[in-house]
Design a protein around this ligand. Sequence first.
Ligand SMILES: [Fe+2]
Length: 188
Amino acid sequence: MSLPVTSVPFTKIGNKKMNLPIIMDKIGNEYGIMVDNQFVGVRYYDVEESIEKKLLKTFIHPQSRKHFHLSLMIINHHDIPPHIDNDLNVVINYYLQTANATTKFWNPKNTQLNAVKIKNQVDGRLFIKEDLECMGNFKAETNDLWMLDVSKIHSVESTCNDLRIAYCFQSNKVTYSDIINNLDKFIL
Ligand SMILES: [Fe+2]
């Protein structure tokens, strides 16, 4: 597969229609807050083995499948503030529902950066927009596959609170540049 060389921390890999169920049985991880006894934020659900196999077989090179863990990501708020992901270098998201949201990437304005840690975050952090400047953004469409360097600061903004749903290949074993520089070894 050949894609244009990119220096930005996000790349569209492709678009493919698949009919996959959305099963929200077991929460693997969650990052957010409770508002009126309701969870608000990002939740990652465990994915059934048959669905995981199907997605890996469709998108990821056999030799590289061992580097990824698959989760079902559900975002239920229109504004996920700038953050870096907890314990992850890179994700490849296969979007089932986009909530018409924009994913933005940010650079620090100064070397001094205020960071906050929320529940369940170990090396993940939240940042405030005043300390940052936007360096690029993208809008995924349904059935799109996008790769994101989630070790870089990013946020998600939408005009509605519709659910944003994606199957999410996550890796802390390889980096965004490992993949972008060797796409043929990673992506089918
Ligand atoms: Fe994230």
